[in-house]
Ligand binder design. Structure first.
Ligand code: UD1
Length: 349
């Protein structure tokens, strides 16, 4: 079987890793098209090296641009490489502009395509990620859902026939790299990441978030996404203030080991909400909604506005343990490979 994965942004490299391991482990041909949406070493290359992902076969080098310009360039590159490589499957991941470009390019040329992490919704139509995931789900042939809730959401949109529950590929990665940190002693510090446009691109909100992080009574290890640094510079907001210890974006291993030791996480990242949960670290999410409702069980994750940050971060650790089953059993990627093999066999017959 020949599979062509399309990725471009940091969280997609993490989702790609277990699929690449499973495809190679099963003797399949795996081609990787990197759109170049993320291009800094610490946002891209480090993940391929550290997670031992096969080197990308092609890189479109689209870089940063407006949504339309970036997506348009990706569309052209995807079509060209899909036609050239003639894969049995294209696989797209998550909810970035690289995801929607792959889905649209594939469906137009009747190239079979599967969507990893299908069925998530925030119902917030101001988020670029929400446009991307809704469109990708409606275009793709096979919808690989990480949770049972995602299957129910796909059912509501009339997509259940194309949907399969497989579990969460990010749980596969945590199972492989994160479990060593179990039972670690907790230190009194917070791991923070903020990068969503809804938080970085409104100056008042950005200022309030930075002020709230700076006012926390424990050290805040802030791994700063380039978008955050860029918007803070433009708005004259100083990140080096109060409790904040600004650092460059972490490697995946560095981030997982910090989260496993920290007393809490503050984030607006979907992936980090899940990783914190899987590593039993209480999370505070600076957003008005989450696609990952499972993480909120028993108060392991709470949603706050910047004004509520102090109280939320300083809350007591939840008394009950996490539900280890919410995101599957760490074998999602193997299940995905089996689904692709079975559907291909049916199509050939
Ligand atoms: C993208 C995804 C988002 C995902 C996030 C993870 C979309 C619409 N958004 O957001 O869903 O959660 O990736 O990080 O696809 N930049 C660099 N170096 C890089 C990459 C980006 O400096 O390697 C800077 C540029 O100033 C750029 C900005 O970050 O303009 C934003 O990058 P972009 O790829 O547009 O979106 P993200 O905010 O990273």
């Amino acid at each position: 079987m020949r599979v062509l994965s399309v990725v471009g942004a940091r969280p997609q490299f993490i989702k790609l890793a277990p699929i690449d391991w499973a495809l190679r482990g099963n003797g399949h041909d795996h081609l990787i098209l990197h759109t170049g949406q993320h291009y800094d070493k610490e946002m891209s290359g480090n993940f391929f090296e550290e997670l031992e992902i096969s080197a990308p076969t092609w890189n479109l080098h689209v870089g940063s641009a407006t949504h339309a310009a970036q997506t348009a360039q990706m569309l052209i590159g995807c079509e060209e490489h899909f036609l050239e490589a003639q894969p049995d499957w294209v696989v797209c991941y998550g909810d970035t502009n690289s995801t929607v470009a792959a889905a649209l390019a594939a469906v137009k040329i009747q190239q079979p395509i599967a969507h990893v992490e299908a069925g998530l919704r925030s119902n917030n139509r101001a988020m670029p990620e929400e446009h991307n995931r809704v469109v990708a789900d409606h275009l793709c042939d096979v919808l690989l859902a990480p949770t049972k809730d995602a299957i129910e959401l796909l059912r509501l949109e009339g997509l259940v026939e194309r949907s399969v529950w497989v579990g969460d590929v990010m749980a596969d990665v945590v199972a492989r790299v994160g479990k060593k940190s179990e039972g670690r002693r907790r230190d009194s510090f917070v791991v923070a990441t903020i990068h969503r446009a809804e938080n970085t691109d409104r100056v008042d909100r950005l200022r309030n978030i930075v002020r709230a992080l700076a006012a926390l009574p424990i050290p805040v290890r802030l791994y700063a996404h380039p978008r955050l640094v860029d918007r803070c510079e433009a708005a004259d907001v100083d990140l080096r203030t109060g409790s904040i210890d600004v650092r460059p974006p972490a490697t995946h291993r560095e981030l997982m080991s910090a989260v496993a030791k920290a007393s809490g996480v503050v984030t607006d990242s979907g992936g980090l909400q899940k990783e914190a949960y899987l590593l039993s670290t209480p999370c505070t999410t600076v957003r008005s909604e989450t696609e990952w409702l499972e993480t909120m069980h028993d108060g392991w994750n709470v949603l706050v506005e910047p004004e509520g940050l102090y109280e939320a971060v300083m809350r007591d650790r939840p008394g009950k343990p996490i539900d280890g089953e919410s995101f599957g059993d760490g074998a999602a990627a193997q299940r995905i490979v089996s689904v692709l093999e079975e559907r291909l066999a049916l199509a050939i017959r």
